[in-house]
Design a protein around this ligand. Structure first.
Ligand SMILES: [Zn+2]
Length: 143
């Protein structure tokens, strides 16, 4: 991903302010998820999974994603949630940069939650074991 701070090394004078919050430089660690805007989406999706280990710090998130000792259902959910939130934030940021409007936050949050439930349903229909339990686990993270 070429965030703006990197792009600005190539084209001088480019505005490197985050288009989502207009409060900080557009860097990877800002965008994922120190930015007030993206943190709201990340918190909604990830806090119920991570509970006490919830964080917005990129390096800490990566350590969690790579932690094979983590309980399996929790690991699956946080990995998949991370992908989905990353993609959604990146897409919204690019839309803004091209002059389009952002989707309202509640809509994005619902879309991601629904996307994850659909993914689990699909795996259940394919007969993959443990998906019933995984769906229950997902619902518990939403409370
Ligand atoms: Zn920002």
């Amino acid at each position: 991903m070429s965030t703006l701070d990197r792009a600005s090394r190539w084209s001088q004078g480019l505005d490197t302010t985050c288009v989502l919050c207009k409060n900080a430089a557009d860097t990877r660690s800002h965008l994922f998820f120190e930015c007030d805007y993206s943190a709201q989406i990340w918190e909604f999706i990830a806090k119920g999974i991570l509970r006490d280990s919830y964080t917005v710090i990129w390096s800490e998130i990566l350590a969690i994603l790579l932690d094979e000792k983590r309980e399996k259902m929790s690991l699956f959910c946080i990995r998949y949630a991370f992908q989905e939130v990353l993609y959604a934030v990146w897409r919204e940021r690019n839309k803004l940069m091209h002059g389009d409007k952002l989707l309202p936050l509640p809509v994005i949050k619902r879309m991601i939650d629904k996307g994850i439930r659909n993914k689990i349903s699909l795996m259940r229909m394919k007969g993959i074991k443990g998906m019933e339990k995984l769906m229950q686990f997902w619902f518990l993270t939403r409370m």
